[in-house]
Design a protein around this ligand. Structure first.
Ligand code: SF4
Ligand code: SF4
Length: 424
């Protein structure tokens, strides 16, 4: 038995969740071998002794020289992870008041005394309904400042901006003007996951408008090798307007598989994984990060870093490029699994569902659960959907079938997501 086989056999005893968390070799090099049909597709590893960030890019008009890998703090609770990441050269931290109900902001705040405030770029954000007054927004910012235990926030964004019209939020802008004048907030921004329903525009429309608006200094968008078309338009608009472009969801989370748990793999996924020797979710995740890293217009890719080992492994990707063969591999992967990926921010099938089940949003919550390991957060977000969740899909005759232009099996996937997100 080869070394790889022995390791794989051992992994077969792990649960699916722990398997995903502890996945093995990275994609770089391995991808190239895979593309060439080599059986040693898992041998590639981006390994550096004591890895450090290798590349810094200018974050648009903010002027901040950001590490090409940023820290996405969705699951963060531990300040020592912030210190460890900083020691590796990460100087960009994306957070939100909602992450862990403030726990992520508090963890960053806990690390600041050890790092020095001026050495970090802290981007935080909050979801607004639309009618908040200036004083309400000021109060939200004040509480973020308290949790972060800092005098100022580098960037404060509107989180989940739903439409182009929403960009004009009067209370937000009045508060930001005041906070900028006081030096409490340095820059403003938007984050966007896509519309919740039909008629709300799309990624390209909303974020291009934000880039051209003049009031937003930076943004956070979904961009990955399977979600690229509109993202490319947005990145071009950011470049033209000198707006900082930060990336989330770099891994599409399309392969819900465990090599040793065939029940979790579709036939197409298993065939693809077997053909290319794909063994772990991390292989795909790291290759996906590299795909974003090589785009000079994407200034930093925010990655959830849950533990010290993960920090080392992701930081080792800094400054790396995908080989041409690896890129072709990802293209083939995208083609092979296109029908299994619900595009972030897409609402093309929305008109087909009489109950207005938010398909793309539910798949995003499943991503939080399955790929990011944020089970509680995902289940809580799903519970907040109330009656508009996917329980209706279980008994539905599925008028949405065949509507997705990518062939996504909506009813099947919605039923699966409902089971995951309710632990049914
Ligand atoms: S199922 Fe297809 S059409 Fe519907 S939101 Fe997902 S990608 Fe878009
Ligand atoms: S299966 Fe039925 S309830 Fe579910 S999204 Fe499709 S049309 Fe809507």
């Amino acid at each position: 038995m080869s070394g790889d086989s022995r390791r794989d056999a051992g992994r077969g005893k792990l649960s699916r969740r722990s398997f995903v968390k502890t996945g093995g070799a990275t994609l770089a090099g391995g991808l190239a071998a895979a593309a060439a049909g080599s059986p040693s597709a898992l041998s590639g590893e981006v390994a550096r002794q004591d890895p450090k960030i290798q590349s810094y890019k200018t974050l648009g008009r903010t002027g901040w020289r950001t590490s090409d890998i940023g820290f996405g703090t969705g699951p963060l609770k531990d300040p020592t992870l912030v210190r460890a990441a900083f020691d590796k050269g990460i100087n960009y931290f994306d957070t939100a008041e909602s992450y862990g109900n403030g726990a992520a902001e508090r963890a960053i705040g806990g690390a600041i005394p050890h790092i020095g405030r001026e050495n970090l770029f802290i981007a935080t954000k909050a979801v607004f309904r639309g009618g908040e007054s200036e004083s309400e927004v000021l109060d939200r910012v004040r509480r973020s400042l308290e949790r972060l235990d800092t005098d100022y926030i580098d960037a404060y964004s509107m989180h989940h901006t739903p439409t182009v019209e929403f960009l004009d939020h009067p209370g937000y802008h009045a508060a930001m003007d005041r906070l900028k004048a006081e030096g409490r907030v340095r820059f403003t921004g938007v984050s966007y996951h896509g519309p919740s329903r039909a008629g709300q525009g799309n990624t390209a429309e909303v974020l291009t408008a934000a880039a051209e608006d003049g009031r937003f200094d930076m943004m956070l968008l979904v961009y990955n090798f399977m979600n690229r078309g509109q993202g490319d338009q947005v990145l071009a608009a950011c470049k033209a307007n000198n707006v900082g472009a930060t990336i989330m969801k770099s891994a599409p989370g399309v392969l819900h598989y465990d090599k040793f748990d065939p029940e979790n793999m579709s036939e197409g996924e298993r065939a693809f994984a077997d053909r290319y020797g794909l063994r772990t979710a991390d292989q795909l995740r790291f290759g996906s990060i590299q795909w974003v890293l090589q785009n000079p217009d994407a200034h930093t890719v925010c990655v959830s870093l849950n533990d010290f080992e993960n920090i080392d492994r992701v930081v080792a990707l800094s400054g790396t490029q995908l080989s041409r063969a690896d890129e072709q591999y990802l293209d083939r992967l995208a083609n092979s699994v296109t029908s299994q990926y619900c595009r972030r921010g897409c609402v093309e099938c929305a008109g087909a569902c009489p109950l207005e089940v938010p398909v793309s949003r539910i798949m995003r919550y499943a991503y939080y659960f399955e790929v990011q390991g944020r089970e509680k957060h995902a289940m809580s977000r799903y519970a907040h959907l109330g009656g508009a969740n996917a329980s209706a899909c279980l008994e539905c005759t599925a008028p949405c079938d065949g509507v997705c232009p990518h062939g996504f099996q909506v009813r099947t996937q919605m039923s699966r997501a409902h089971s995951v997100l309710t632990l049914a």
